[in-house]
Design a binder for this molecule. Sequence first.
Ligand code: TYM
Length: 342
Amino acid sequence: MTDAPASQFTPRVFSGIQPSGGLTLGNYLGALKRFSEMQDEGRECIYCMVDLHAITVWQDPDKLRHNTRELAAGFIASGVDPEKSILFNQSAVPEHAQLAWIFNTVARMGWMQRMTQWKDKAGKNAEKASLGLFAYPALMAADILVYHATHVPVGEDQKQHIELTRDVAAKFNHDYGVDFFPMTEPVIEGAATRVMSLRDGSKKMSKSDPSDASRINLTDDADTIAKKIRKAKTDPDALPSEAKGLEDRPEARNLVNIYAAFTNQSVDQVLAEVGGKQFGEFKPMLADLAVAKLSPISTEMARLLNDTTEIDRVLARGAAQAREITVPILKKTYEIVGLVGA
Ligand code: TYM
């Protein structure tokens, strides 16, 4: 058996976001902003609203429909151009779910049990969690591998799932004696791969945090953004002039990381500019920057959502383009597995 390194395969970027309601600054800096940058580097990019993943926990059907279109608007408003990238929703491309079933037979129960996202989401109530939530990473592996995607831009929290995707590919290749699926590389880059809560620097910024003040939503207006940054938890010290000085200051580090990500600078570059300043001075700078970068996005999202027929047209076309890639890869997978009549 040999692992099929990603380098044997045509470079291809894939990533997804759940339409489970509300995009945060974490989704923007950790994912969406990177998605449009990778597209603008001229790579082949495929981006997906993973609605089948969203329903692994209960979703109100009307809200799910709305959230899927709102997420599509968020992708486009953040710079993902459907003329350059393939943009669609997961359920419209049935090969994702079909390959996921095969991967359910490849992945092991123990692998799933070790997933920290499963442990966090199912918690003590694992008996009552859906079977889909448990199998979630196998569907994610299928999302990626049904395109033979070589690179997956994600935030830090998805790293373990990409490692599992590599395990699934390696075991499939080994069990069937083929070099069919690539060893996909996670792309976890930039200053904001883990944007933290504005209220608690030890917790990830998340749409599911009960405190709205803990996060910036892409739909927040300028005043709300400025107020949330002004009220963000910090410490009383001035900013240091080098990254090392942020080591034991999670809240300060988070705000500097956000500034660095928005301005495409390293943390050291930012600190060379703002080192020595108090938060009373730095927070308004960050608030102005966040408003300047995010306002055009929320305005464009609102405009796009005025006419959902246009969004639906974009998604239908994206799904058709996606299927040109997924149908032959699934067909070949069925042949390898020995399923007759594929
Ligand atoms: P999801 O929907 O939770 O998040 C979408 C993307 O946003 C990133 N992200 C963050 N990045 C930095 N700081 C944060 N606070 C933050 N919060 C979220 C996530 O890392 C992710 O990149 N399982 C995935 C969706 C998925 C997927 C895939 C991703 C399904 N199939 C295939 C890549 C490839 C998820 O739940 O992401």
